[in-house]
Design a protein around this ligand. Structure first.
Ligand code: ADP
Length: 471
């Protein structure tokens, strides 16, 4: 199949978070299955690796013909189309500009208008999150009568429902979408233009990045007001788990570690623990359970329950290493706790190499998320034999099985109540299991045995594309 994979981020050309990881690896895995996948991305200021300029193309938006240029690049052999429109994209960051509505409204239209210049007519346009979500709306309206566009089917993936892209009526008028699209059956959401809703309403098929999250977003607790719409689309909604890149995340070959190890030599992980303790100024205690966390420091990631639970967890003899950046309201109390409590180290920065050392050097990995569309941290930690302690939500519920519930399949510790007590109880059980020693190595090995590569995801997406084509 021919697939145009549209995203606002794709690692390594442009990455802010998990979406960048997915858009950098899923197309590669699809290509390995034989599909002709090409990525489309705005050409931001930080993208220097431009290969070719295919020339100008016209984008009809804002009541006039705008000119953009189509350039190319590549990610691990996957061709990339760059939409070059300097006044919109030639800036240092990917997001967080006043005119993001225009920037990504333009992108949604350009995705379709670039096809003649690219001379690439995809079977599927795969849009991801709100930044590319207008493309299905344009395709089903302005392009419906164009024979070249009519066979194209669209798939829309929700990576995080929290960020929907909400703008005023004036932006809707600017897009040139027909008046019928303004209404509850279209892109309107309480008098505003909702990009996310456009993707859900107009794409042929919609999916999220885990089966549990696909169910959760149909409830008021997780649906951000779109739960009713999502319930009405339930027959065209699914959940497909992300994978992780086994070349990047491989404890047997990871050059960033003090000591590499495999499933059969997992005891060598102790050296990574020792060096992580040393790096953080923690007591060199082999027996103290070491809990690691690599995460954005935000409400989504469970900081509300972690902060009050931390002193109690430390009192039970744990050592805790946290790496992350995010919201001041959580960063500040976390830094203060790290000052006052022995056994807690907080690195408030972004550091890929340190992340690897934490994944390898910890005994446990903490992920007490309030909600989690898929989550990569728990999958990476499993691969490193670092036992995840997670809240049963979204992708965490789909990848981590509690060992106390299922001694044979269990690969971690899971709690349900989003409370400090819920988290504390899970860490208590985890630390007791660790200290008792029985079954610990087996648990680490089982964690490492899980196949979390992109291959299974790419196969699931292939079936999803086939369904979108009516197969
Ligand atoms: P999200 O995309 O919601 O932030 P995920 O768990 O899906 O959460 O992905 C987060 C990714 O970013 C993981 O690969 C994690 O290791 C990495 N990461 C998060 N914060 C940091 C940090 N401060 N330093 C290094 N890597 C980080």
């Amino acid at each position: 199949m021919k697939i145009l994979f549209a995203s606002a981020e794709a690692y390594p050309l442009a990455k802010v978070g998990g979406l960048g990881d997915v858009a950098g690896s899923l197309p590669k895995a699809l290509r390995a299955l034989g599909h002709d996948v090409r990525i489309a991305l705005p050409r931001y200021g930080m993208i220097r690796d431009v290969k070719e300029d295919l020339g100008p193309f016209r984008v009809r938006i804002g009541g006039r013909d705008e000119e953009a240029r189509l350039q190319t690049s590549a990610i691990d052999g996957v061709p990339v189309y760059l939409v070059d429109k300097p006044e919109l994209y030639d800036r240092p960051k990917v997001y967080e500009y006043e005119d993001d509505g225009m920037r990504f409204g333009f992108f949604g239209k350009a995705l379709l208008d670039l096809l003649p210049t690219a001379d690439f007519w995809p079977d599927i346009v795969h849009c991801n999150d709100w930044h590319s979500a207008l493309a299905p709306a344009f395709l089903r309206t302005a392009y419906a009568a164009d024979g070249r566009y009519r066979p194209i089917r669209t798939v829309y993936t929700i990576h995080n429902l929290q960020h929907q892209g909400l703008f005023g009526r004036d932006l809707f008028d600017w897009t040139g979408l027909p008046a019928v699209a303004w209404g509850p059956e279209g892109v309107e959401f309480y008098d505003r233009l909702n990009f996310m809703k456009a993707g859900i309403v107009y794409a042929d098929l919609v999916n999220t990045v885990s089966p549990t999250y696909a169910q959760e977003i149909q409830t008021p607790e997780y649906g951000y007001g779109l739960e009713g719409l999502l319930r009405s689309r339930a027959s065209k909604l699914s959940g497909i788990l992300n994978g992780i890149d086994h070349d990047v995340w491989n404890p047997a070959k990871d050059a960033l570690l003090a000591r590499t190890y495999t499933k059969t030599t997992v005891e060598k992980k102790a050296e990574d623990k020792k060096s992580l303790q040393k790096e953080g100024g923690l007591a060199p205690d082999r027996k103290a359970p070491l809990l690691g966390m690599v995460s954005r420091i935000t409400g989504q990631k469970g900081l509300d329950i972690l902060l009050p639970a931390l002193p109690r967890i430390l009192r039970r003899g744990a050592q805790v290493v946290v790496l992350g950046t995010g919201e001041k309201q959580y960063e500040e109390p976390l830094a203060a706790l790290a000052e006052s409590e022995d056994g807690l180290v907080a690195y408030l920065k972004y550091d890929e190499a340190l992340a690897h050392r934490i994944y390898a050097g910890s005994d446990f990995f903490l992920m007490p998320s309030r909600f989690e569309p898929c989550g990569l941290g728990q999958m990476i930690s499993l691969r490193y034999g670092t036992v995840p302690i997670v809240r049963a939500t979204g992708g965490l519920a789909d990848t981590v099985v509690d060992i106390t519930r299922d001694a044979k399949q269990g690969n971690g510790f899971v709690f349900s109540d989003y409370t400090p007590d819920g988290l504390e109880d899970a860490t208590r059980r985890a630390m007791e299991f660790y200290r008792a020693g029985r079954g610990w190595k087996g648990l680490q090995r089982r964690a490492m045995a899980a196949d979390l590569s992109w291959k299974a995801s790419a196969e699931a997406y292939t079936r999803w594309y086939e369904r979108a084509r009516g197969g």
